[in-house]
Every structure is written in C-alpha cells, then in structure tokens.
Design a protein around this ligand. Sequence first.
Ligand SMILES: Nc1ncnc2c1ncn2[C@@H]1O[C@H](COP(=O)(O)OP(=O)(O)OC[C@H]2O[C@@H]([n+]3cccc(C(=O)O)c3)[C@H](O)[C@@H]2O)[C@@H](O)[C@H]1O
Ligand SMILES: Nc1ncnc2c1ncn2[C@@H]1O[C@H](COP(=O)(O)OP(=O)(O)OP(=O)(O)O)[C@@H](O)[C@H]1O
Ligand SMILES: [Mg+2]
Length: 273
Amino acid sequence: MLDEQSRIIRELGVAESFDAESEADRRTAFLEDYVRASSMRALVLGISGGVDSLTAGMLAQRAVLRLRERGCDAEFIAVRLPYGVQADEADARRSLDVIGPDRTVTVDIKPAADAMMAEVRREADDLVSGERMHFHLGNIKARQRMIAQYAIAGGARGLVIGTDHAAEALMGFFTKFGDGAADVVPLAGLNKRRVRALARHLGAPEDLVFKVPTADLESDAPLKPDEDVYGVTYDEIDDFLEGRRIGQDALQRILSAFRTTAHKRALPAPPSA
Ligand SMILES: Nc1ncnc2c1ncn2[C@@H]1O[C@H](COP(=O)(O)OP(=O)(O)OC[C@H]2O[C@@H]([n+]3cccc(C(=O)O)c3)[C@H](O)[C@@H]2O)[C@@H](O)[C@H]1O
Ligand SMILES: Nc1ncnc2c1ncn2[C@@H]1O[C@H](COP(=O)(O)OP(=O)(O)OP(=O)(O)O)[C@@H](O)[C@H]1O
Ligand SMILES: [Mg+2]
C-alpha cells in the first residue's frame, strides 16, 4: 500500500476489519453515552431518502429507545427537509417508516433558500449566476438544512447528527458548514459499503440499502449520482479505504480530491503563532 494511502486511512479512522453487528452496537452505545454525558434530551437528523441518513436514523432511534429503557428522557426527531417537492420523496417516506422516529418535523427549505439566493443576486448577480448558479444554490440548500436542524435542536435540547463517513470525507464531498456541520457523527470511519452493511444488519430494505447515492442539490439535475461528479466509483473509493490497489486514474482523482479539500476537514485557519 502507498504511504499516503495508509496515512489517509489512519486519518479518516477506517478500521482494518468490520463486523456489522458489533459496529451497530458500538455506534448505538456511542450515541447513548454521548446524550447522557451531555445532559441533552434529543437527537435530531435530516432524513433524505438516502442510505446514510437511513442508517444514522436507525442507530439514533435505537439509542433513544435504550436510553428510555434506562429511565432517561430522550427522543429522536427526524426532519424532512425537501426543497419544494423532492423527486425521491417516496424513499424518504419509506425511510421514516423503517426508522419509526418518535417525532417527524417537515420544513420546506425552498422559500428560505430561494429568498437567500434572490438577495445575494440583487447585489452580486455577477458572482453567483451563470452556469454555476444551480451549484451555488445547492450549497445554500445544504446550509438551510443545517439552520433548520439547529433551530429544532436548540428548542428540543437536542444534538444534531451528521452523516459524514470516510468515503465522503475522503472526497470532501459535503458542504462546509452545511451538511458538514453537526454535533455527533455516528458513521465516522465507515466507507460506503460498510454503511450499507450496517443498514442491512439493522434491517433496512435492500432497495434502500443499495440505492444510488445522490447529493440531489442541483435543481437542473435531480438525483444526479455522486459517482458522476467524482469521476470514480464508490467501489474504487471503498477499495482505496480498505487499503487495496486501485487503477491509476481513480487513484489520482481520489488523492487530488483529498488534498484540495483538506480545509473542509479542519478547523478554520488561524494565523501562525
Ligand atoms: N484552501 C482553503 N482554505 C480554507 N477555506 C477554503 C479553501 N478553499 C476553499 N475554501 C472555502 O470553502 C468553500 C468551498 O466549500 P463548500 O462551500 O463546501 O463548496 P464546494 O466544496 O465547492 O461544494 C460542495 C460540494 O459538496 C457536494 N455536496 C454538498 C452537500 C451534500 C453532499 C452530499 O453528498 O449529500 C454533497 C456538492 O455537490 C459539491 O460538489 C469556498 O467557498 C471557501 O469559502
Ligand atoms: N431532502 C433532504 N431532507 C432531509 N435531509 C436531507 C435532505 N438532503 C440531505 N439531507 C441531509 O444531508 C445529509 C447528507 O446527504 P447525503 O446525500 O450525503 O446522504 P444520504 O442522502 O443520507 O445518503 P446518500 O449519500 O446515499 O444519498 C443526509 O444524510 C441528510 O441528513
Ligand atoms: Mg443523498
């Protein structure tokens, strides 16, 4: 294995081996312990219809059930955050059925996201319009979702769950301070196939487990697969994270994505001392 590959694997906390049952238990216990230790009373998570939020939601609901069995006051609040009408709304609803959250809150982020974009365009249209307009609006959507989840967490004495995992962290494929903002990240250190294995172990239906991953942020390209953006497959990313050898082209794309997104995995940069 390349030195850089093994350094990245260590930095992202990817374990050499993986057992779905023990990982499900360990990650549920992490959420339970964290809620108790922080004296908070809720877990809050956006449910999109994708496998990451389905898996994290199942862990969260499991954690609060166990907390209540132990006499603690805790609930899981699932948050639907569509931008208007979402193309895969049916998958989001099925995810909610599978998770069985204590409470579901739906917030349409379209009015706020559109209003923000309109205000920015009023003074700085040259900066955010043109062919990248939908890309910029996509990042505004991700940040509106963060705002809604923190508003709910603030009111519920809750913690916001993030679904970041090693495959997305490797590629820097998240919006800084958007979906990248969270209090706890129970899927940290997992590559995508391990997230799927966890979901399957927890009893998620196969079609949701193996659904094509999508950020679904660009209004002009609904449900665009993440892999089309990366130019590499999740299998290649997952193999890389498991220390396997992958093709030169994929390797170079992955290393380049990792290097240019270092700032997204770090705290804001201060002046040197
Ligand atoms: N070297 C540096 N040091 C410190 N900060 C630096 C920097 N370079 C850029 N920046 C800052 O970072 C900003 C760019 O980062 P950011 O705003 O995140 O934007 P960016 O990385 O350009 O876009 C986010 C990407 O993540 C994808 N995404 C987003 C949300 C969810 C998902 C998903 O999978 O569900 C995927 C989205 O499709 C898009 O490809 C710059 O505008 C600048 O403010
Ligand atoms: N429409 C949405 N409604 C609610 N939450 C959302 C929505 N879109 C994104 N999110 C939140 O942002 C997170 C990041 O999105 P991301 O696409 O990486 O994960 P996912 O949709 O759960 O799984 P996948 O990556 O397989 O599509 C989601 O896990 C979810 O918490
Ligand atoms: Mg998604």
